[in-house]
Write a protein that binds this ligand. Structure first.
Ligand code: NAI
Ligand code: MG
Length: 339
């Protein structure tokens, strides 16, 4: 069995962490045929389009993509190719696990949070207006029943399948009565169908505080696009930072696996990036493909390498380069599989 997968190396640290990830995937023995495509700033600079049609066609053909981060200009310039990709392919569920690893110098040791972020609408719907004469700017927070039902059901289903105990819906329904109110209401409608899961809700600002002070009290979170974006970086910070948290964008037909982090221009091209986040995304891809043994081997090897603590990258206080870490992890994966 050979899997044909779309590969987007991405911008900034993307090519470095993707290289490292391919090395680790290679060690699993699973066969991949990579359909390499270019998006983001790299595609914009060469062809004027950050999300060329060829990229979409490739993912439609292959159904699955492994993706490095794509740079988006801040405040001006083209719309995020990441957001466009998620909307075009209807990848409505952004799944972001935040799990403690040994030796990360994180504040906590036993965090196991699973965030489900709505990925196609909310404030990222792209409905924006600027009235230049009056200097008034609007970004519309578009929430739909269909969009809310599918992400909330997805979260309940996944949480159930993964034997989790509790799902917390995060919102701002005290102020955003229409959008937040509908999202929360739909959560309450669906919850009785899943009596084995404890369902509750939190207002997002309180949730941010609770996650910093009592993260162990939480299990799974489902929330709208912007809140999920912010809380998943916060949760990454609880377990060692953006260098260690992987993610997946899942729809009914396609899936794109990418880390929570961006292109990290401040450290790009220096061999400093921690590829663990990208590798954990690839681990999620292996699981999605049904390659459970390979996924487990990657996970086991990551925990082993972190527990040993000798080959960690600079973000975690180590001195290994991206490729040194990858080489060490790849050989640990290979021996885990051989054992
Ligand atoms: P960022 O996630 O790229 O970086 C934030 C901080 O975390 C930086 O100090 C960076 O050095 C560090 N960091 C991130 N990943 C790391 C890793 N693997 N190892 C070690 N340190 C790491 O966020 P920022 O700086 O806000 O955004 C940079 C660019 O990335 C922007 O153009 C943004 O639009 C884009 N971006 C793309 C995403 C995607 O492709 N899914 C997601 C988030 C941002
Ligand atoms: Mg983000």
């Amino acid at each position: 069995m050979v899997y044909t997968i779309t590969l987007l190396a991405g911008d900034g640290i993307g090519p470095e962490v993707i290289d490292a990830t391919l090395q680790v995937l290679d060690a699993t023995g699973v066969d991949f045929d990579w359909d390499e495509q270019t998006a983001g700033m790299a595609a914009y600079e060469t062809g004027g389009d950050p999300l060329p049609e060829a990229v979409i066609e490739s993912i439609r053909r292959n159904k699955v993509a492994l993706k490095g981060p794509l740079t988006t200009p801040v405040g001006t310039g083209f719309r995020s190719a990441n957001v466009q990709l998620r909307q075009t392919l209807d990848l409505y569920a952004n799944v972001r696990p935040c799990v403690s690893l040994p030796n990360t110098r994180a504040r906590y040791e036993d965090i196991d949070l699973l965030i489900f972020r709505e990925n196609t609408e909310g404030l990222y719907a792209g409905i924006e207006y600027f009235d230049a004469r009056n200097q008034i700017a609007d970004s519309i927070n578009r929430i739909t029943r269909t969009g809310s039902e599918r992400i909330i059901k997805f979260a309940f289903e996944q949480a159930t399948q993964m034997d989790r105990e509790r799902l917390t819906l995060v919102h701002k329904a005290n102020i955003l009565k229409e959008t937040g109110g509908m999202f929360l209401g739909i959560g309450r409608e669906i919850a009785p169908d899943y009596p084995d899961l404890t369902f509750d809700d939190r207002i997002v600002d309180n949730m941010a505080m609770q996650l910093v002070v009592y993260p162990e009290r939480y299990d799974c979170i489902v929330t709208t696009n912007l809140f999920g974006d912010i809380l998943s970086d916060l949760a990454a910070g609880l377990v060692g930072g953006l260098g260690v948290t992987g993610g997946a964008n899942i729809g009914d037909e396609y899936a794109v696996f990418e880390a929570v982090h961006g292109s990290a221009p401040d450290i790009a091209g220096q061999g400093k990036a921690n590829p663990t986040a990208m590798i954990r995304s690839a681990e999620m891809m292996l699981r999605y493909l049904g390659e459970k043994d390979a996924a487990n081997a990657v996970r086991t090897a990551i925990f082993e390498v972190y527990a040993e603590g000798e080959h960690l990258t600079a973000d975690l206080g180590g001195s290994a380069s991206t490729s040194e870490f990858a080489q060490h992890l790849a050989s640990t994966v290979a021996s885990t599989i051989a054992a």
